[in-house]
Design a protein around this ligand. Structure first.
Ligand SMILES: Nc1ncnc2c1ncn2[C@@H]1O[C@H](COP(=O)(O)OP(=O)(O)OP(=O)(O)O)[C@@H](O)[C@H]1O
Length: 658
């Protein structure tokens, strides 16, 4: 193929512009990205070669080589991995196929620092080479293809790139970076060693660099007064040395690994700039043998909410990399966990489909889930500093001290995802329930106002036989909801749930430790033993005398309300809406509608407060019909909904005001 010019896909051009113009804060990541691509290419070859050893040609030892040429101002990363055909080079180096990257582009803020962080998270991969290079040449040949089918790809990182056929004897890929003036520092072996040590030490593949030796300068004019030596310098010896440890971190004994090494490894596999919150590293023995090294990140990634987001677990079989994002190894509600699982039992040629069915995988998944939950339980246990009792001082180990506040931090980032587990993983539901935290209507709940169900239970009033909760869109809406009035009056605590997932998750949890969970906006009002006989009698009497009005209200609102009844749950408000015990809550129905899903039409029950002046006015009023509708629409507004016909509502209110 003679030289062809191709235009970059628009998104790539946009990304390149960003890479070259704003990525100065963390320049050196380019090397990590390119080494990681080289290592992936070797992994791919190893994988394909399982069924076709001829692909190794005459070079079975997979490796990455770094070399530089100060005079030519180039830095080259070469691998003898899978390589690319011309079409693959055009496709892979000219477009962004991954939706994740596109997603990321839409999140850019224009602020250099946070954009650079984002790039770290998503990884711009190959294109990061343009941070330091004004031009990149890629020379490559696909393993198994003829030498004459090599490809050269060249681009200056602006609108287009060129591709032509070349002859390339060795398989694999060389990425040649033509360094910018201000990036010439990278053509230096110390610098390269330092960066490899920082980011790529644990790549399980040797990274080689040509050895250098100090050489004194030539002797000049020994007899002359100015005689002496020319300045010396480092010269290449022609011998290659391995500059990374090339040992898979997770295979080393725990005691030999420092905290810093654990954190560095996490940064490598997660592309997170920040240290992880915590991790667990174990060799599991028994009927299924594997090693797990699992991390909980400190911060949620931007795309956490994407339920299609793949799991962060890399699968290895006896140290051979098999696949990234092995979703079968971790349930979806733990998709934020990053790490490595290395199995001793799975076959090397295991496919994603096979993973789904394997019994070993099931055991690993259960084992990993349990480990993560134990890790969280441990954080939760040490979240709060023990309260000081007079005369007793708790002696905390340094380790436990470091855990104070960690669980709250975790929960703020990932709590909502964890809740998905309530509906997904029934086997662990009880453990998950203990890990839940909610805001509360009680003023006594500590500073950040999050409480566990167990703590709520411990505070329950004498005679209280349910855990009360309310769901709403915001904390303010929950706190000021009319349904809460009588609870406030009686000093009964109610949990305030404002995560979008709460409503759905609570469908699966009916009780905690033997105590039922009861929504204050569902079903008939019944405080059980908390309501005394006198109150009950008064409520019944009110219901009796109110009967004729109720009948009229029901008739007036028959299209909107399932039923109309009196209630004693209200104190200051005239009315509120509730749904039947088994009905879908109004909030969930609204959420489904917003998400474009079909939701059954929910007809709520209108409950009125017979003690309220507005409600008292109803009887005999000439505006009965309008008042009835206003009462209903206002109750809907108070709980975050919108009247079906807002204009009609405004008209009615105006008519009454004028
Ligand atoms: N050294 C290489 N050998 C073979 N193929 C490569 C090499 N470098 C890049 N590629 C191909 O180019 C594609 C794009 O690379 P890029 O680094 O932009 O993204 P990625 O590696 O797929 O994703 P990420 O960097 O986010 O993991 C790769 O998926 C791979 O197919």
């Amino acid at each position: 193929m003679s030289k062809q010019t191709h235009a970059f896909q628009a998104e790539v051009a946009q990304l390149l512009h960003l890479v070259t113009h704003s990525l100065y804060s963390n320049q050196e990541i380019f090397l990590r990205e390119l080494i990681s691509n080289a290592s992936d290419a070797c992994d791919k070859l190893r994988f394909e070669a399982l069924n076709n050893t001829a692909l190794y040609e005459d070079a079975p030892e997979l490796q990455v080589r770094l070399s530089f040429d100060k005079a030519a101002k180039t830095l080259t990363i070469t691998d003898n991995g899978i390589g690319m055909t011309a079409q693959e080079a055009i496709d892979h180096l000219g477009t962004i196929a991954k939706s994740g990257t596109k997603d990321f582009m839409s999140k850019l803020s224009g602020d250099q620092k946070s954009d650079a962080q984002l790039i770290g998270q998503f990884g711009v991969g190959f294109y990061s080479g343009f941070i330091v290079a004004e031009k990149i040449t890629v020379e490559t040949r696909r393993a198994g293809a003829a030498a004459a089918e090599g490809v050269r790809w060249i681009s200056g990182g602006t609108g287009d790139f060129e591709v032509e056929t070349i002859t390339r004897a060795e398989r694999g890929t060389s990425v040649i970076l033509h360094l910018r003036e201000e990036a010439l520092d990278y053509a230096n072996s110390w610098k390269l060693k330092e960066i490899v040590g920082k980011y790529s030490d644990h790549i399980s593949l040797p990274i080689l660099m040509e050895k250098e030796e100090w050489k004194d300068g030539e002797l000049i004019e020994p007899n002359n007064e100015e005689g002496g030596r020319q300045p010396g310098g480092m010269v290449k010896t022609g011998e290659w040395e391995t500059i990374n440890k090339a040992s898979a971190l997770w295979t080393r004994p725990k005691k030999d690994i420092t905290e810093e090494q654990y954190a560095d490894f996490y940064k490598q596999i997660s592309r997170d700039f920040e240290a992880p919150l915590t991790w667990t590293h174990n060799r599991v023995e028994g009927s299924t043998e594997y090693t797990q090294l699992l991390y909980i990140p400190g911060k949620a990634p931007q795309d956490l909410w994407n339920r299609d987001k793949k799991a962060g677990i890399k699968l290895y079989v006896k140290r051979v990399f098999i696949m990234d994002e092995a979703e079968a190894l971790m349930p979806s509600y733990l998709r934020f966990v990053k790490g490595v699982v290395d199995s001793a039992d799975l076959p090397l040629n295991v496919s994603r489909e096979l993973l789904q069915e394997s019994r070993d995988v099931k055991a690993i998944r259960e084992g990993c889930t349990k480990r993560v939950l134990s890790m969280l339980e441990d954080l939760a246990k040490h979240d709060k500093a023990p309260e000081a009792t007079e005369g007793v001082t708790d002696v905390l180990s340094e380790e436990d001290k470091a855990k104070i506040g960690q669980y709250s931090k975790f929960y703020a980032e990932f709590g909502a995802v964890l809740k998905e587990g309530l509906g997904e993983d029934f086997g662990n539901q009880a453990r998950l329930s203990k890990l839940l935290r909610f805001a509360s209507s009680s003023d006594t709940v500590s500073v950040k106002g999050m409480t566990s169900l167990a703590d709520y239970k411990a505070r329950m009033k004498e005679g209280q036989d349910a855990i009360y909760y309310i769901t709403a869109d915001t904390l303010a809406a929950a706190k000021n909801s009319p349904q809460l009035e009588v609870f406030k009056k009686k000093g009964i605590e109610v949990l305030l749930m404002t995560d979008r997932v709460d409503e759905w998750a609570l469908n699966f949890v009916h009780e905690f430790d033997g105590t039922p969970l009861q929504s204050v906006a569902k079903g008939a009002f019944d405080l059980g033993k908390l309501q005394d006989e006198e109150e009950k009698k008064a409520a019944e009497d009110a219901a009796e005398t109110f009967k004729p009005v109720l009948a009229k209200l029901k008739e007036a609102l028959k299209d909107k309300a399932e039923d109309v009844r009196v209630t004693s749950r209200l104190v200051d408000s005239p009315a509120c809406l509730v749904v039947t015990d088994d009905g879908m809550s109004m909030q969930l129905a609204r959420m489904l509608k917003q998400a474009g899903q079909s939701a059954p039409e929910v007809k709520p029950v209108l409950e009125v407060n017979p003690e309220h002046a507005l409600v008292k006015k109803l009887d005999g009023s000439v505006h009965f019909h309008d008042l009835a509708h206003i009462l209903f629409d206002q109750a809907l507004l108070a709980e975050g909904g919108l009247p079906a016909d807002p204009a009609a509502y405004v008209k009615r209110v105006n008519a009454l005001l004028s």
